[in-house]
Design a protein around this ligand. Structure first.
Ligand code: SF4
Length: 302
């Protein structure tokens, strides 16, 4: 069931969310720039309006999200992380996209619903949280009712996440690193592990374990993505240990083998290759050893 709160409650959340834009603390970077005034000098280079790179039904997500009709993705431009191996860097770091008002964004949400998509999949939404809430408000006036997927880096503030309670149905965060030194070196993110783990716990508190309907389509719950990096730079053992002990052994984990060197990865020899079958197999064994049996393991292609 999409969006559990009333329109009145949603309007109050929107006010609170836009308040965070004034001296921006939408994400843990707390840049303090005035995005209400369209100041774009914050880390994510984003201003007052959301910037959208693409809108389309997508068939490459986890099976309960893709289903038979696709996941309705809105891919936002810019990012609050700066991963130097990002496969989508023209969008995330060069900012390729078109600015959209909340009204225009609402029309795109409605269009995805009209295409028959199973859900609204907000990709890299963190830095545009207020604008997304406003668009959802407008869309709901026009009978928008899809489950909302928050598909993020997992680098989120507690204050912003609490504003999403009762609005987001399915959280789809990354858990990228266990070691803050790597998070800083490769994604320019400080205190990533602590912030990310607190975010995942809050997400789980809000939506719990994944629940699907009779056709296997996701209704609500948490799915954690873990991209295995070469040389165990993503710290798989610590991530799985945390999920198993501090979240739930029933949590759905999507273990990803798709890393390939992109953008500036070649500048770092340890990142300048794909993950080997041995490395990925070890990550899979760790996941099993911690009793995490729910989820998906990507095929390793070599
Ligand atoms: S959303 Fe952007 S401007 Fe705001 S704190 Fe995060 S990085 Fe800075």
């Amino acid at each position: 069931m999409a969006i559990a709160i009333t329109q009145k409650e949603l309007a109050e959340r929107i006010d609170s969310a836009y308040g965070l834009l004034e001296q921006c603390r939408i994400c843990p970077r707390e840049c303090g720039v005035n995005r209400q005034q369209d100041d774009r000098l914050g880390f994510c280079s984003s201003g007052l309006n959301a910037k959208v790179a693409s809108v389309s039904p997508h068939f490459g997500e986890e099976p309960p999200l893709t289903g038979t009709k696709g996941s309705g993705t809105v891919f936002f431009a810019n990012c609050s992380l700066r991963c130097l191996y990002c496969q989508n860097y023209p969008i995330s770091q060069l900012g390729n996209g078109v600015e959209r008002t909340p009204g225009e964004l609402a029309c795109q949400m409605i269009w995805l619903q009209e295409q028959g998509c199973h859900n609204l999949n907000l990709v890299t939404p963190t830095h545009f949280m207020p604008q997304i809430l406003k668009a959802l408000f407008v869309a709901r006036e026009r009978e928008f009712r899809l489950p909302v997927v928050w598909n993020s880096s997992g680098y989120e503030s507690q204050e912003s996440l609490r504003l999403l309670e009762g609005i987001v149905d399915i959280y789809l965060p990354d858990m990228r690193y266990s070691d803050d030194r790597y998070a800083m070196k490769y994604s320019l993110a400080s205190k990533y592990a602590e912030v990310n783990r607190a975010a995942v716990k809050e997400m789980y508190r809000q939506v719990g374990d994944l629940v699907v309907d009779e056709d296997g389509i996701a209704l609500h719950g948490l799915i954690v993505r873990h991209l295995v990096l070469p040389e165990d730079l993503s710290g798989t053992e610590d991530v799985m240990g945390f999920l198993s002990r501090r979240v739930s052994k029933k949590v759905h984990v999507s273990l990803m083998a798709q890393y390939f060197p992109s953008y500036r990865a070649a500048e770092h020899p340890e990142l300048a290759r794909k993950v080997t079958a041995k490395e990925f197999g070890e990550a899979h064994r760790i996941m099993e050893r911690y009793g995490l049996e729910n989820g998906w393991v990507q095929e390793h292609d070599g």
